[in-house]
Ligand binder design. Sequence first.
Ligand code: SAM
Length: 307
Amino acid sequence: MHAGATYLYAGGMDTLNDLLSPAPIDPGLYIVSTPIGNLEDVTLRALRILRDANAIACEDTRTTLRLVQRYGLCRTLLPYHEHNARQALPGILRRLADGEAVALVSDAGTPLVSDPGYRLVEAALDAGHPVIPIPGPSAMLAGLVAAGLPTDRFFFAGFLPNRQAARRAALEELAAIPGTLVFYESPGRAADTLADIAAVLGDRPACLARELTKRFEEWRRGAAAELAAGAEAEPPRGECVIMVGPPSAESQAVALADIDTMLRAALAHDSVRDAAAAVAEATGQKRRQVYARALELAKALAEPPDP
Ligand code: SAM
């Protein structure tokens, strides 16, 4: 037997109850990740916190009750969702001020990731309360790690706008990002979104991950246009994450050439500072980098041509 395994089991296998034995829980706001489908995807620490907290603030009490009943967790559920956040906030802050431990969960995955909670975290920190993350599932990371796309740099863009013009404008803003893009999407819009991705970002490698951790989990990998055609022919049902690979080196080189052209045009009538600011704004590139390039171009333009 492997030495590590011998050591691990030397004292006999821990039961779930041993693993979850009562441990004092400090007061504070706990941001607890919960399953995105499969109820087994919950950490021991999450279960202990959700069992021992004084209250659980949750989006939909019916959804959270399923987890509570399955594992015998705290039954004091406080509704906290986007429509009542303002009214519910003072009550939760009062509990924290009274020294309680309050857990925040969302319907699925990690709270605050395209889900409510940011205002609560901000208010808790402002009031001097500890905020403690209890990490676990999130559809964004579950999708990313098995998509087969680069993971060294990625940009989580959440939900794209519903209307096509706004969606395409949002995609244009993201086009130059040198990393994998990750989107959440409702099944009804996946085909339209993939078509816009192919039209605006070009035919990059992409992946659609559907119903992650659930019975009908499905992966569709291929060029964005292929996935768009597939989604049109056979619309994906259930929740999905869409991922798109980074721009190719050639298209990035073209983008840099475009920046030079825009800078030269702007430098014809603007100062270096104004030209750089305008081009950085229009392209979404870092202001400092565009300014450095504008300085180089302005210097070259000012030098007399070789005789
Ligand atoms: N906070 C959650 C998280 O950490 O993943 C996300 C909440 S957001 C309101 C819901 C979206 O997440 C869905 O529309 C879908 O895009 C994605 N999602 C959630 N569960 C999923 C699953 N099991 N499979 C694929 N996508 C999922």
